[in-house]
Design a protein. Sequence first.
Length: 287
Amino acid sequence: MPRSKSNASKYSQDATEPAWSVPSLREPRYSQSLERGLAILGCFTPERPVLGIADIADDLGMSRSTTHRYVITLVALGYLEQGASRKYRLGLRVTDLGMSALNSTGLREHAHPYLEELRQRTSYTVNLAVLDGEEILYVDRARSFRRGQSKIDLNLHPGSRLPAYCTAMGKLLLAHLPDDQQRDLLGSMKLTKRGPNTITSKKALRDELDEVLDAGFAVNDQELAPELHSISAPVRNEAREVVAAVNMAAHSSMISLEELVDALDPHLISTADRISARLGYRRDDET
């Protein structure tokens, strides 16, 4: 998270290194210019997707002229884009890098055929996501073409992010975190209302996560958006760690949440198990 203006100024005054510097990484071939460019990209977050030169300079404790020179270079290379307001946002080249990183893990490659098969079998939208801090990051998506699906699409695609606390995949992934990590994450979260049934109490969220852990799956009952239902199951690796979540999402006019769970949860769990098997996971009865 980028530092606030006041924190960035204090940091620059009290330390010998500017806010963007990582002294422990220094060696004779270390590139300070590359470090500065990457620090600029790191200023852009889901909470602050559009920034001006002054915002970036203040965050990093750099001069505005130096910041402007680096920003212009990043625009020319496609990593930043300038909008009509003369402010900047991340460019598509950053998305390309992110998707390349996701693909390099093999997760998307292993999972995609099974997601497509589940979508064809059930006709509902199927998604795969991983946990990244307080958010889930969409790795893959097989979209339903049923009537009414467009009402809950929310313009989601691989690379999209959503708050973890109000999604089925997010709750499932949070539930399987080690206790200390879960406690730290929940402590820093701000639970704002997104849908009619969004959980906005941290105690209620902790109770929900305990239920998810016991049940082995998670549900989203209009917590992210009105009329959106979804169920999620875990994807595990060879070390039996939950590394991703797969879900099915449907508009409430298509199917009730109860029917979604009763009729389709076994298909979803089977798909999650098959993806897990591709990652090296074996159930107790297979070892």
